[in-house]
Design a protein around this ligand. Structure first.
Ligand code: NAP
Length: 290
């Protein structure tokens, strides 16, 4: 019987997860199809409920549902519980278990370029599902200061509140603050920090915010590392202005592959063929104009 894994989100036109996951499934000769479920929020409950069926191995969850699926899980993996967001669902014999592989995917890429988060000052842009994974990953790695700026202030404050509680409970030392989503505050924060991570959807292809950058060239300097989670287009508006300002940059593609590889391992128990996945994602992005 053919089994299925789904990608749940909206919009999904930008995504290359189907290509990279299907390439890995085909590499192992598995009778599994990876399919899109582009749905409005009112269908989320029933689509997640259906994941408990015998043909389903589970799902990936993306924009804007990573936090919204948390209460729909039967169980949460420890890291997903701490983060408060799920990007991978595994159907374990009719029970849905929520995992978060974004945090490890993010860190794998950061370590890959030799950036050590310990004792660093970091600015996170955004406070959605991806920002939660990135922020908790950075705090757990021992950053000294984490600043979170988000368009919707209460969402940034909620994330910061959760982080402060976690830091206190675990005996970590990070100072975590919410900043206003305003140019002068963002510029001041950029000048203080060594790493900026864009976890907003600004710049993402096939959205109304395609072509937009959260920061301008004037706000940037050459001694900061700019990491954009948006991977389609590969060179985002933020990465363009960062390069013009002389800053080092990381695009979102390698995180996409690493988080996808960890999810693949959870669904199949097989070793993910990283190079195959990377090449499939690059090909798909080129075809989709990225
Ligand atoms: P999400 O939960 O829907 O959060 C979206 C975030 O973007 C929120 O902070 C939202 O702010 C902000 N935002 C949306 N439109 C904005 C605008 N016009 N101006 C300023 N801020 C805006 O989505 P997510 O799951 O966190 O994903 C965020 C991005 O990260 C997406 O582009 C996704 O593809 C990318 N991502 C990439 C990887 C990877 O592997 N490379 C992994 C995870 C996520 P409000 O709270 O004000 O709405």
């Amino acid at each position: 019987m053919t089994k299925f894994i789904y990608l749940i989100g909206c919009p999904l036109k930008h995504s290359v997860s189907p290509e990279l996951q299907q390439a890995a499934l085909d590499y192992w000769g598995l009778d599994i199809r990876y399919e899109l479920r582009e749905i409005e929020e009112q269908l989320l409950f029933s689509v997640v409920k259906d994941l408990r069926g015998p043909q389903s191995l589970g799902a990936n969850v993306t924009v804007p549902y990573k936090e919204k699926v948390v209460p729909l899980m039967d169980r949460l993996d420890d890291l997903a519980r701490v983060i408060g967001a799920v990007n991978t669902i595994v159907n374990e014999g009719g029970a849905l278990v929520g995992y978060n592989t974004d945090a490890d995917g993010f860190l794998a890429t950061l370590h890959g370029v030799g950036f050590e988060p310990r004792s660093r000052v970091v600015l996170v842009l955004g406070a959605g599902g991806a920002a939660r994974a990135v922020s908790f990953a950075l705090v757990r790695q021992g950053v000294s200061v984490l600043m979170v700026a988000n368009r919707t202030k209460v969402r940034a404050e909620r994330l910061v509140g959760d982080l402060v509680r976690y830091v206190r409970e675990t005996g970590l030392v990070a100072q975590v603050v919410a900043l206003p989503w305003e140019g002068s505050w963002l510029e001041g924060a950029v000048r203080r920090c060594q790493l900026v991570v864009n976890c907003t959807t600004l710049g993402m292809r096939h959205t109304p915010d395609e072509g937009k950058s959260p920061l301008t060239e004037e706000m940037l300097c050459d001694d900061v590392l700019i990491y954009d989670l948006v991977y389609n287009p590969r060179e985002t508006p933020l990465l363009k202005v960062a390069r013009r300002a002389g800053a080092r940059t990381i695009d979102g593609l390698s995180m996409l592959v690493y988080q996808g590889a960890a999810a693949f391992r959870l669904w199949t128990g097989k070793e993910p063929p990283i190079q195959v996945m990377f090449q499939a994602a690059q090909r798909a992005l080129a075809e989709k104009g990225g």
